[in-house]
Write a protein that binds this ligand. Sequence first.
Ligand code: HPA
Length: 271
Amino acid sequence: MDNAGIAATYLRDRGLTGSFRHGLVLGSGLSAVAELVKDPITVAYRDIPGFPRSNVTGHAGQLIAGRIEGFPALVMSGRSHYYESGNIAAMRMPLELFAALGVDNLLLTSSAGSVNRDIAPGQLCIVRDHINMTGLNPLIGEPGDERFVPMNAAYGAKLRARLKRAATEASMRVSEGVYMFFPGPTFETPAEVKAAKVLGADLVGMSVVPEVVIARRFGMETAAVSVVTNYAAGLDAVFPGHEETKRMASDRALAFRRLFTHFFKGLGDVM
Ligand code: HPA
C-alpha cells in the first residue's frame, strides 16, 4: 500500500468512516474557518503516518473531519508549501489521501498579495485562473499518461458560480482574478510584480497552484479563494511581511466562514 493508502486505513480506524465528498484547505491565519465543521474528529498531522507537517507559523497542522451544513467534509488546517522543503509535490500525499477518502470537490484558501488596485487588502477574491512560469510542476517525474492534465477548466465554472452566488447571499463583495504562483519564501520584487501585472495577474501568492495541479490529476473539481492581505510589492510604500499576512488573514476568517456557510447551504439545492 502507498503512503496515502496507509494513512487512509489509519484514519478509518480513527473513526473517519464513509465518504467525504468535500475538502477544504486552510491557509495561514485561517484556522478559525474550521469552526464550520460540526461533530468534528480532529487528528494532528504528526499522528498520521507519512503526512507532511508544515513548519509555517499560523498553520494549525490538523486534519478535521465532520459535516459542514450537513455535508461530510474534510478540512486541512495548515498546508505544506514548496518553500518549506523545495518539494513542489509536498501536497501530493495529503491530496491523494483526500481522494482516497472520497473528496471530489476541493476548495482551497490562501492569502495573496494584490497586483490590481481595484482588489484591495481585506477583500476575498475567487481565483479564475492561474499563471505558473516557475518551471516547477508537481507532476514532473510522474509516470504514465495521467500526467498530461488539461488545465483549461482547473477553476471550474460551476464551483465559481456557486461561490459567487454564496457571496451575493452573504451580501459580500467578492472579486475574481488570476493568481500568479511565486515560489517564495521571499516576497516579490516591485519589478516582478510589474511583470506579473503585464502578464495578466491580479494576485500573487506562494500556494494554491501546486495543489490545483495535483487535485486535477486526481480528478477533483477545484476552486480557490484568496484573501488579499496586502498590495503586492511596489503598489504602495508598505513592505509585505508574514506577521501582517497572518493578522489580515485571521481578521477575515469570519468572512470566509460566512462565504462557505452560504456555499454549502446552496449545495443542498443541487446535490
Ligand atoms: N506575495 C506573495 N504571497 C503573498 C503575498 C504577497 O505579497 N501576500 C500574502 N501572500
